[in-house]
Write a protein that binds this ligand. Sequence first.
Ligand code: HEC
Length: 193
Amino acid sequence: MRKIIGLSLITLSAFAYKPDYQQIFLPTPAKVETKKQEFAKDIRFILDEKATMLDENQKQIGTIYEGTMVKLIETKGDLAKVSISGEVVGDKLAFNKNAEFIYLESKNAKPEMSFWVKSSSLTTDKDAAFEGVEVFYYDSCTSCHAAHAPSEHAIDEWDAYLGAMQMNAKITDEQKDRILRYMQAHSSNGAFK
Ligand code: HEC
């Protein structure tokens, strides 16, 4: 009798203890899903963290950042001519007038501009273009708390949060700006919301 009671107690407790396997074995989601978007056929995205912008004479005229959306005009050899439009703020071209989500830096930044980049610096896949910075973001920002999805906050809020979190994450200004561009691009009122 005692044996039976003991046994049933064990069985009972085995049923009562229902571990949340999801929580135990999958501590943080590997990725925050961003919405899949369709883009026109001539749309390309900058794949390199920074790509060199060239004029018609192949002179360097500036730097364009990863994830920036451009329109492909033509290709010649291993170069591609692209165009872009945005808001000029000093020597920067950005998504908006507050220089949030910076596209490129060039001394002759104009609201509409076209220039050449290496063809290998372009991709048709937006998510591929942001993959490098996305990995860097998760590496830098998830040691203390779960990842915050970029869409949780508005474009200007990310500027403040990144400023506050830079010390925590021990990242340089340049690394902070890189993560900031990614968060702003996908923020609740950003370019790829
Ligand atoms: C060393 C630990 C640490 C690291 C690394 C860290 N954070 Fe934080 N984070 C905190 C703490 C603690 C808080 C809550 C207290 C506060 O707001 O200061 C917080 C709060 C936040 C919040 C506010 C949440 C809310 O909704 O109020 C955001 C957003 C955030 N962190 C983003 C980031 C980003 C982006 C990075 C990477 C650049 C990062 N964190 C890296 C410790 C960290």
